[in-house]
Structures are given as C-alpha cells and as structure tokens.
Write a protein that binds this ligand. Structure first.
Ligand SMILES: NC(=O)c1ccc[n+]([C@@H]2O[C@H](COP(=O)([O-])OP(=O)(O)OC[C@H]3O[C@@H](n4cnc5c(N)ncnc54)[C@H](O)[C@@H]3O)[C@@H](O)[C@H]2O)c1
Length: 102
C-alpha cells in the first residue's frame, strides 16, 4: 500500500519508517527542506534507538522516500497520516482543503 506521512518529526518519521519496514511504500513529506535533505542523505535529524538503521534499510529497498512537495504527497498515498506539529494547525486545515478536491 502507498502511504504518505505529513511531518517527519518524532511521530511522523518513526511511523513512516515502521510502516515501510512492514513492507508498505511510504513517502514522508515535510516543509523543512533542510530536514528532508538530511534524510535523503541517509541521516536522521534526532536520535531514536534503531531508527537510523531502519530508515537506511528501507531507503535501500526503495520503500521509503522523502519530499517537500505537499501535492506529491496527496497524490502518492492511498492512506495519508497527518503528523505535523500543533502550531501547523492552519496548514493542516489547508491540506485538508486540498484533499477535498480529490
Ligand atoms: N512526540 C510525541 O511524543 C507526541 C505525543 C503525542 C502527540 N504528539 C503530537 O504529534 C504531532 C507531531 O509531533 P512531533 O513530536 O513529531 O513534532 P515535531 O515538531 O518533531 O515534527 C513535526 C514536523 O512537522 C513538520 N511540518 C510542519 N508543518 C508542516 C506541513 N504543513 N506539512 C508538512 N510538514 C510540516 C515540521 O517541519 C516538523 O518536522 C504534534 O501535533 C504533537 O502534539 C506528539
């Protein structure tokens, strides 16, 4: 199943990597381009035991990828997970408005 995770922080990245590890194809989307660049280079921006290895393994298996493109995320996922911070509530509402068009 194709899954999109919006927000690649503590909740989103762990969720995305775990779902990819179960065999799903996961696209993690974040507005923080620096964070996405770090992840695309096989690094993880914070420490969680085993997470870096899980991210690397699933990237190599082409089951986990990263993007800053919200629309790409909306098109990719059959299931969409909203894991953005509370302060991004307005942006979440905007994303839901986009979803309503599909
Ligand atoms: N961390 C926890 O233990 C925990 C527990 C319960 C609930 N939550 C809730 O889960 C949510 C995520 O928590 P977290 O700890 O992962 O936060 P976080 O700050 O680590 O990650 C949030 C990510 O969302 C990204 N983001 C912000 N706006 C975005 C947008 N419009 N589109 C895409 N990405 C966007 C940020 O750049 C950031 O990388 C929060 O609402 C938090 O309150 C967290």
């Amino acid at each position: 199943m194709n899954i999109t995770i919006f927000g690649t922080g503590y909740v989103g990245l762990v969720t995305g990597a775990s779902l990819a590890n179960f065999g799903h194809h996961v696209l993690c989307v974040d507005i923080d381009a620096e964070k996405i660049k770090i992840l695309e280079h096989g690094e993880v921006p914070f420490y969680e035991p085993g997470l870096k290895e899980m991210v690397q393994k699933n990237r190599e298996k082409k089951r986990l990828s990263f993007s800053t493109n919200l629309q790409e995320g909306v098109h990719f996922g059959e299931a969409l997970f909203n894991c953005v911070g509370m302060l991004a509530r307005q942006l979440c509402l905007m994303a839901l408005q986009i979803l309503k068009r599909f």
